[in-house]
Structure formats: C-alpha cells, structure tokens
Write a protein that binds this ligand. Structure first.
Ligand SMILES: [Zn+2]
Ligand SMILES: [Zn+2]
Length: 264
C-alpha cells in the first residue's frame, strides 16, 4: 500500500482531496473552512500539521476557501500557477509570501517524495489545472471542473491507479431545472462542467488505459443525483465490456465529508 487517496469534500459547496504516502501528505484544493477540513482529515487518520502542501486547481471559492487559514495555522505551503494566485485576489494576499509557491503549468516538480504534474484544463478560470501525482511507482490523478475532455487530458490521466473525475450534471435535469439560462449555458459550455455521459465516456477511455479505481466528484446538488451519475458511468463501462464493482471500482465522492479511503 503505497499511496493513500481520499476525497474529503466534493461539490460546489467545497472541494478537497487527501493524497499521501508514508512520508508526504498533500491536499488538492481546500474549499471548505480550515476547521472543517482539519476535522475531516483527522477523521481519516491524517494530520493537518503534517501536510507538506496544498495544490490549487483554480481560484473559485469552492476550491480555495480554507487555504489562508490552513496555511497560517499549520505553516503549510500553497502551490498554484501565477495566474491563479493573481486571480485569487484577497485570499492570496493573506498568505505569508514564503508559503505561496508558484509553479508553471505543464512542468513537473517534487513535494517531498511525490512528483507533481499540473496540466491545463478547460474551465472558466484564469488558468485551471488538474494534477497527476506520482510516488513509489503509483499514480493518482485529480481532474475536476472541466468543460469537456480533450484527448490531451485523457493522456494525462492514463494508467492512474486511482483518480477523481468530475461527473457534474445530468443534462436533462440541468436543461429543465431552475437555473438562469446564462448559468445553464456556462455549465454546458466547453469551459463549464463535465456531464454524467461525458464522465462515462472518459471513464471508459481511461479504463482501457488501465485505470481501475474511480471517484466521481463535484456532483451538482440541483442538477444531479448520486444514482444517476453512478448508473450512467457504470452502464457505459458495461457497454465497454467492463464489470463495475468487479474489475473497475466506481464510487461517488461525498459532498459533505470523507468518502471511503483507498490505498493503492
Ligand atoms: Zn468547483
Ligand atoms: Zn470552478
């Protein structure tokens, strides 16, 4: 068991995923209050004071809400590209300068023993990224808030031992729902969020590259249901000759607390 992976929170109310080896512990995003995240982390056996870094996907508040407090309270460095730090505004200005670490999208770097590869994602943010993380011969990937799935993104996640992928909305629920037209359009656009069928197609493509453990994340409270996301993705897998629950694991990441932790 070389890499621990656990979504702590997932959805538009806040996102954070815990990824750790024996020596290095990271969060991808910290979009709930510091106190809430610290509590969730302890629930799954982690320690906020032992975090080596928090990796930011993009500046939307459901991804960065807790970072200033976590950074200050536990002296944990925050990693993002320059455009994201700039777009964070006041949140970034609250960070001690020595703990704000700037990376370049597409350039790999190390935090402790984990190699981190940030890659560009299509979303309506300054310069959003997903992450591929490598340690001890294992690979994990976090890919959320993506308008569509270009081939380059499938290649970034190929062969991961475990990954979180967005499965944001059911298209019919969104179209018929009560969101304003402009917001519907934004979500459906190529810089919005990934639908259940798009997630299903991506999961199948990735299962063909060897990915065997998926968490479906960032489900819309208004425009999705856990069973809709799960059924759509599992049906797509079955149509591709896989047996979900047997040869491919698919779990919906919880909105309000830690989901079942996996060690790969
Ligand atoms: Zn989000
Ligand atoms: Zn976003």
């Amino acid at each position: 068991m070389k890499l621990t992976f656990c979504p702590l929170f997932s959805g538009s109310s806040g996102n954070s995923t815990y990824i750790a080896t024996e020596k290095t512990a990271l969060l991808v995003d910290a979009g709930m209050s510091a106190r809430t995240i610290a509590k969730a982390l302890r629930m799954v056996g982690g320690d906020p004071a032992a975090l080596s870094g928090i990796l930011i996907t993009h500046e939307h508040s459901d991804h960065v809400r807790g970072i200033a407090q976590l950074c200050k309270q536990f002296a944990v460095p925050i990693y993002a590209n320059r455009a994201t730090f700039e777009a964070m505004g006041e949140t970034a200005r609250l960070l001690p300068t020595n703990l704000a670490r700037v990376f370049e999208t597409g350039h790999e770097f190390y935090i402790g023993e984990i190699a981190v590869r940030p890659f560009a994602t299509p979303h309506d943010a300054a310069q959003s990224v997903g992450y591929a993380l490598f340690a001890r011969g294992r690979k994990a990937c976090v890919m959320t808030d993506i308008g569509y799935m270009p081939k380059a993104l499938l290649e970034e996640a190929a062969g991961a031992d475990v990954m979180l992928i967005e499965s944001n909305h059911d298209v019919a629920l969104l179209r018929e729902g009560k969101y304003p037209a402009a917001l519907k359009q934004r979500i459906l656009s190529r810089r919005g969020h990934l639908s259940n069928p798009d997630a299903g197609a991506a999961v199948c493509a990735l299962a063909h590259t060897g990915v065997r453990r998926f968490y479906l994340g960032h489900l819309s409270r208004e425009n999705n249901r856990e069973e809709l996301a799960l059924n759509t993705v599992c049906t797509a897998l079955e149509n591709n000759g896989f047996r979900p629950g047997h040869d491919v694991g698919v779990t919906v990441a919880h909105r309000d607390g830690p989901t079942e932790l996996v060690r790969v």
